[in-house]
Design a protein around this ligand. Structure first.
Ligand code: NAD
Ligand code: ZN
Length: 382
C-alpha cells in the first residue's frame, strides 16, 4: 500500500543535546512538499562533520536534531513539481545541492556553490515553508544540512538528491555521497597531480584516504601520509601510501620534515584534517614554483590561516575544495557508474571497516571519536 501523501511513523536517532548519545525514537515524517522528495534511507555512515555539529563546540546549537548526511536509499514519494525522480528510484542524498538554475549552477567556472542549496549547517528547516518535516508528538525536530539521514525516512530538497544506477549496491556506494567524493575529487579534480609527481596527504580518515586513492589513480610516485594518530597508519597501509610521517616524532614543523624528505617540497598536498595547523603545514610543504595545496578539512569557527605572503609570491598555489568539486546531481550518477564499471580505481570495501544495526548507532560515534576504523556502515533496516 502506498504511503504517499501520508505521515510516516518510523525510527530515527535523535540528538537531544550537544555531545549526549543519540536516542532512537519513533518520529513522524510529514509528506514531501513542493520540490521535495521523501526517501527511505537504507544505509548511512558517520562523517566527522556530523561529530562537529553534534559536539557543537563553537557552533550554534540547534536541538533536538536529526544528524547524518552520508547515506543511500530509495525514493518513497515525491512532492509537487518533482519531475526527474519517482518512487523506487535509488538515490544518494547530498549535503550540498545543485538547483541547476542559479548563477553558480549555470557557470562553467563554478561547480558546487549553488546559491539556493549550498550547504547550510545552521538552518534546521526546509526551504519551502521554513518548517521541519520531522516531529515527535507535535514537537518539531530540526534537520541537518538538508539530509538528516539518521532516520528511516527523511525529506530532502530535490536539488540535493542524486539519482543513481539501480544496480549499484547501496551499502557500498553510500560513502560516495560524502567522504569518498570529497577526498577523491579534491585530488583528481583540484590538486590534479601529474603522473610521477609527489603528493602529501594530511589526515588519514576516510576523506584523506580517498584523497590518497586519488593520488594513486593519478600515478603519483610518492604518497606521503601525515597523521598524529599512529593507529591510522596500519589501516592506511592498504591504500598505496609510500611513506608515513607523524608530526609528533619530530622536534621541528612537519612542513620542514617533508621539504627535506623531498628535496624542496611535494608537488601537491591535500589537507583532510580540519586542523588549521595542518592546513598551514600542508601549504608550506609544497614545492615553490609549481606546488599546489588543496584544503578540504572543516576548520573551527574562529580559526585563522596564517602564512608569510612570500610563500605565495614564490609561486605556490593554495586552493580549497568543497565536495571534491563535484556537481551533486550532474556528476555523482556518473561517479557511481564509473565505480560499477571499475573505471574509478576505487575499492569501496577498504573504506567500510565496521557495520552496526541502527539501534547501535552510538557505537559509530565511539569508533570515530577514538579514531578507530574508517567508515562504520549503519544499517537502518536492521
Ligand atoms: P576523521 O576524523 O576520520 O579523520 C581526520 C584525521 O585527521 C584523523 O585521523 C586525525 O588523527 C587527523 N588529524 C587531526 N589533526 C591533525 C594534524 N594536526 N595533523 C595531522 N593529522 C591530523 O575525519 P574525516 O571524516 O575523514 O573528515 C576529515 C575532514 O574533512 C573533517 O574536517 C571533515 O569535517 C572534513 N570534510 C570536508 C568536506 C568538504 O566538502 N570540504 C566534506 C566532508 C568532510
Ligand atoms: Zn544552484
Amino acid at each position: 500500500m502506498s504511503t504517499a501523501g501520508q505521515v510516516i511513523r518510523c525510527k530515527a536517532a535523535v540528538a537531544w543535546e550537544a555531545g549526549k548519545p543519540l536516542s532512537i525514537e519513533t518520529i513522524e515524517v510529514a509528506p514531501p512538499q513542493k520540490h521535495e522528495v521523501r526517501i527511505k534511507i537504507l544505509f548511512t555512515a558517520l562523517c566527522h562533520t556530523d561529530i562537529y555539529y553534534w559536539e557543537c563546540k563553537g557552533y550554534t546549537p540547534l536541538f533536538p536534531r536529526i544528524l547524518g548526511h552520508e547515506a543511500s536509499g530509495i525514493v518513497e514519494s515525491v512532492g509537487e513539481g518533482v519531475t526527474d525522480l519517482q518512487p523506487g528510484d535509488h538515490v544518494l542524498p547530498i549535503f550540498t545541492g545543485e538547483c541547476k538554475e542559479c548563477k553558480h549552477c549555470l557557470s562553467e567556472e563554478s561547480n558546487n556553490m549553488c546559491d539556493l542549496l549550498r550547504i547550510n549547517c545552521d538552518r534546521g528547516v526546509m526551504l519551502a515553508d521554513g518548517k521541519t518535516r520531522f516531529s515527535i508528538n507535535g514537537q518539531p525536530i530540526y534537520h541537518f544540512v538538508g539530509t538528516s539521514t539518521f532516520s528511516q525516512y527523511t525529506v530532502v530538497h530535490v536539488g540535493q538528491v542524486a539519482k543513481i544506477n539501480p544496480n549499484a549496491p547501496l551499502d557500498k556506494v553510500c560513502p560516495i555521497s560524502c567522504g569518498i567524493c570529497t577526498g577523491f575529487g579534491a585530488t583528481v579534480n583540484v590538486a590534479k597531480p601529474k603522473k610521477g609527481q609527489t603528493v602529501a596527504i594530511f589526515g588519514l580518515g576516510a576523506v584523506g584516504l580517498a584523497a590518497a586513492e586519488g593520488a594513486r589513480v593519478c600515478g603519483a610516485s610518492r604518497i606521503i601520509a601525515v597523521d598524529l594518530n599512529p593507529k591510522r597508519f596500519e589501516e592506511a597501509k592498504k591504500f598505496g601510501i609510500t611513506e608515513f610521517v607523524n608530526p609528533n616524532d619530530y622536534n621541528k614543523p612537519v612542513q620542514e620534515v617533508i621539504v627535506e624528505m623531498t628535496g624542496g617540497g611535494v608537488d601537491r598536498s591535500v589537507e583532510c584534517t580540519g586542523s588549521v595547523q595542518a592546513m598551514i603545514s600542508a601549504f608550506e610543504c609544497v614545492h615553490d614554483g609549481w606546488g599546489v595545496c588543496v584544503l578540504v578539512g572543516v576548520p573551527k569557527i574562529d580559526d585563522a590561516f596564517k602564512t608569510h605572503p612570500m610563500n605565495l609570491l614564490s609561486e605556490r598555489t593554495l586552493k580549497g575544495a568543497f565536495y571534491g568539486n563535484y556537481k551533486p546531481r550532474t556528476d555523482i550518477p556518473l561517479v557511481v557508474d564509473k565505480y560499477l564499471n571499475k573505471e574509478l580505481g576505487l575499492d569501496m570495501d577498504k573504506f567500510i571497516t565496521h557495520s552496526v544495526p541502527f539501534a547501535e548507532i552510538n557505537k559509530a560515534f565511539d569508533l570515530m571519536l577514538k579514531g578507530i576504523g574508517l567508515r562504520c556502515m549503519i544499517h537502518l533496516d536492521a
